[in-house]
Design a protein around this ligand. Structure first.
Ligand code: SDX
Length: 428
């Protein structure tokens, strides 16, 4: 393959350099396009064919169903690592030594208290508030109590911001859930591991000691790892573009949480459970819902199916599906919803509509079944996605700022009115 791409516009031809990544992905570098063509731009709704950046954080191959964080395969990480190790690798580039991991955890614990005035903000929300709206607000509110923005040129300042948000975010996650449940806002214990502490903060009852169930701890570890990062998805692109204006890390993360909330993105895990519950309430008639999903006149989509990049099985869905069996068996939970999900999957995998469009189960299809078995309320599912995605968002924000990337500001093709004179109101 030559190192350039040729473009012909009218009787003029142009050449643009090709960019090749370490996994042999190829892009056309068009950063001079508008200048050399005197104003011609590209347009690509949803950026289906457009790269926003070069990144070393995550590699995924949608056709082959491959996903690696910093070169480590998601299968090995899910099997052999814990969430904090993976968070460290995503943010700092390599899996940590034991000393590095211990220091990372110690430093996180030292920054895991949030200003008590945050409780006043939590109290101000109605119990009916959706947890993703609460979490996004509380994350943004952190800027009020931590006003100095990150000096990314300072390794120490960047590190301190990382451990600060890694320490405070799980507290906000737990308080978001406990607010809805009318439970006191608590802290965990520095004696516990990162994920154990999340569970204690979420589930501890005020009148009894909380004992971590290792099955639940291992399941949550795995789920958080599987949600760790996913290259330039909608919410990560949001974190990067908000951060490109040099808005602070916490403000950028708050924007990412709002993007993740959408049912086409992270909100799908909640939508999947609601869909499966509706099918169950409707007598388990999966065929009716398959027909709705294929009906162009029906806005219903098979939630948890399809993906912008994966045109094969989402490797995370495979791991989560296997884990769902184990976790429910280990917990002695018999959830008929799991059978409905399996039935729906089998029907879709054999249906021409889904096969032709390469629509396979994605990360959200089975994750909610495990969350529910763990006792997590359905409205908290996307909050758990955000907890897992936090290190990925941090890693991508850090890469963007250290890479001194320009402010994100796409162009457009105007299709509105041509120039016209102002008309006085009495003459309109
Ligand atoms: C996540 O990007 C990431 O990496 C995201 C994520 C991450 O880790 O960050 O992986 C997490 O967001 C996973 C996706 C969760 N969302 C859902 O499960 C919602 C249901 N899925 C769809 O809405 C859809 O598949 C998307 C949004 C995920 C992807 O949409 P695209 O790439 O824009 O594809 P499209 O909407 O253009 O669909 C192509 C065709 C269309 O039919 P035609 O017009 O060609 O006839 O497939 C159809 C769509 O109607 N289609 C579906 C479908 N998904 C796509 N039809 C029925 N049910 C579906 N779920």
């Amino acid at each position: 393959m030559s190192d350039t791409a040729k473009l012909q516009i009218g009787d003029k031809s142009y050449e643009f350099p090709l960019v090749r990544g370490t996994e042999n992905e190829v892009a056309i570098n068009i950063k001079t396009l508008r200048t050399v063509t005197n104003g011609v731009i590209t347009i690509d709704p949803g950026f289906k064919n457009t790269g926003s950046c070069e990144s070393a954080v995550t590699f995924l191959d949608g056709e082959k169903g491959v996903l690696r964080y910093r070169g480590y395969s998601i299968e090995e990480l899910a099997e052999k690592a814990d969430f904090l190790e993976v968070a460290y690798a995503l943010i700092f580039g390599d899996l940590p030594t034991k000393e590095q991991l211990d220091k990372f955890h110690t430093d996180i614990k030292s920054k895991s208290v949030v200003d008590d005035d945050i409780k006043k903000i939590v109290d101000a929300f109605p119990k009916t508030a959706h947890p993703m709206g609460v979490l996004s607000s509380l994350t943004s509110a952190l800027t009020a109590f931590n006003p100095t923005s990150v000096n990314v040129e300072s390794t120490e300042d960047m590190y301190n911001s990382v451990v600060k948000i890694m320490g405070k975010f799980p507290v906000l996650v737990a308080w978001t859930m406990r607010k809805k449940q009318g439970l006191p806002l608590n802290y965990g214990s520095k004696s516990l591991g990162y994920v154990e502490n999340v569970l204690k903060m979420m589930f501890e009852q005020p009148n009894e000691d909380y004992v971590v169930n290792p099955i639940i701890k291992n399941a949550l570890d795995k789920l958080l790892i599987l949600h760790g990062d996913h290259e330039q998805n909608c919410s990560t692109s949001t974190v990067r573009i908000v951060g490109s204006s040099h808005a602070g890390l916490f403000a950028s993360l708050s924007a990412g949480i709002s993007a993740l909330w959408g049912p086409l993105h992270g909100g799908a895990n909640q939508a999947v459970l609601e869909m499966l519950e509706a099918i169950k309430a409707d007598g388990g008639d999966t065929k009716k819902y398959m027909a709705k999903a294929k009906d162009k006149n029906d806005p219903f989509r098979l939630m948890g199916f399809g993906h912008r990049v994966y045109k094969n099985f989402d490797p995370r869905a495979k791991i989560i599906k296997a884990a769902a069996d184990d976790v429910l068996n280990d917990l002695g939970v018999n959830d008929p919803i799991l059978d409905i999900a399996r039935g729906l999957e089998q029907e879709a995998l054999n249906d021409p509509y889904f096969v032709e469009r390469k629509l396979y189960p994605n990360v959200d299809f089975y994750s909610g079944i495990i969350y529910r078995a763990m006792g997590i309320p359905v409205e908290m599912f996307t909050v758990m996605f955000a907890l897992g995605r936090l290190p990925g968002w941090i890693a991508q924000w850090k890469e963007m700022r250290l890479g001194k990337e320009p402010i994100g500001r796409p162009r457009q093709i105007y299709i509105g009115e041509n120039e016209r004179p102002f008309v006085e109101i009495e003459n309109r």
